[in-house]
Design a protein around this ligand. Structure first.
Ligand code: ZN
Length: 371
């Protein structure tokens, strides 16, 4: 029995296209192969999520699926075989928004030469970002070792395929004459062969070159996301186009703040006396400071929400909040005098816990968070 596409993404049948996209984004990040190297189960989940999204993001396929379930696709073109990794990655520009395409030099020229052109292989690197860099966005300069054509290398048109990169074959079958094409074995489909190989270059006339690549990282990126810098992967031979540089984002944990989506969490410690009497505290934010007033009688575990003091949304939909969690610090050692004071208070009714309905327990607060 094939799993339900809505269940795979963890959304309800009535989910909006925005919710479906968001759910898929989350799964894609969670099960991304770069984050789960060698993990077969993660790879399967990654593919399942992509397949579910492929259907649910297309209104026509979605309505067929809603009507007929998986049976809708069993005899059609979209078979149960699923998608390969390249298909999945090519979906990502759509999922992760404009920041994953528009900001980088585009592909616009280069095609349309009337023949197939080889493409250099992609390079992958990881970039660790501090929370400050994520909040503000950052231009990173990163050293990359990429293969480039050696100075002085020349290529000429392949004589086997006459520069087309393809070999046509005509075969006679019982169905008639069939024409098929396949990549030229002499030039591996590039249409070019090496005519002058400079000393020190490899068999394709390439050398390894260390370059500094400038990467514009937009504010609000998340762990596991992948940015593409077009054309900064390995160069191809001849007049082929260079591969891409794929940049995997890693978050460096912050000493004080914990990120949850676009929200930030902060633990604030106050003394028993401050909790009893009330206090104004200055909090250092990632940028600037803010003063918050804690009322007298504030409870440990209380959460204060500072609107729009979190992380800016990647697609520009406002900012998350800063959630300040109040913790009352209990002293571990007391002198004689202090001990006497607290001993006296232990009998005092005013010191006995008497939570009201508004003092929500931790469990109720967690419940609220997910509702
Ligand atoms: Zn050839």
């Amino acid at each position: 029995m094939k799993e339900d596409f809505y269940d795979i993404l963890g959304v309800s049948k009535g989910a909006s296209s925005g919710e479906i996209k968001k759910a898929y984004r989350k799964k894609a990040i969670e099960f991304h192969p770069d984050k789960n190297p060698g993990d077969k189960a993660a790879e399967i989940n990654f593919k399942k999520a992509a397949e579910a999204y492929e259907v649910l993001s297309d209104s026509r396929k979605k309505s067929q699926y809603d009507q007929f379930g998986h049976a809708a696709f069993e005899s059609g073109g979209f078979g149960g075989g699923g998608m390969n990794m390249d298909d999945i990655f090519s979906q990502f520009g759509d999922i992760f928004g404009s920041a994953f395409g528009g900001n980088f030099d585009g592909f616009s020229s280069g095609f349309g030469q009337g023949q197939s052109r080889g493409k250099g292989s992609n390079l992958r690197i990881k970039v660790g970002l501090s929370l400050e860099e994520i909040v503000n966005g950052v231009d990173k300069k990163i050293k990359v070792k990429r293969k480039v054509q050696a100075p002085g290398v020349t290529y000429s048109s392949c004589s086997t395929c006459k520069g087309t990169g393809q070999i046509m074959r005509v075969t006679n079958t019982i169905l008639g004459r069939m024409q098929s094409s396949s990549p030229c074995p002499a030039c591996n489909g590039s249409g070019q062969t090496l005519s002058n190989r400079p000393a020190g270059s490899d068999s394709n006339g390439m050398i390894e070159n260390e370059e500094t690549v400038s990467i514009k990282i937009p504010a609000g990126v998340e762990e596991g996301m992948q940015l593409k810098v077009t054309g900064k992967g390995n160069e191809a031979t001849g007049n082929g186009i260079a591969g891409d540089l794929l940049v995997l984002i890693e978050e460096i944990p912050h000493d004080n703040f914990v990120r949850e989506g676009n929200h930030l969490h902060l633990d604030l410690y106050i003394s028993i006396s401050e909790a009893v009497l009330g206090v104004t505290k200055e909090i250092s934010l990632l940028e600037g400071k803010v003063r918050i007033k804690l009322e007298s009688g504030i409870q440990s575990g209380k959460t204060l929400r500072l609107r729009s003091k979190g992380v800016g949304d990647l697609n520009g939909y406002g900012k998350g909040d800063l959630l300040v969690h109040v913790n009352v610090w209990t002293p571990k050692e007391l002198n004689k005098e202090q001990k006497q004071f607290f001993k006296k208070m232990i009998e005092d009714d005013n010191f006995k816990p008497a939570p009201s309905k508004t003092d929500k327990s931790f469990f109720e607060k967690v419940k609220d968070m997910f509702s």
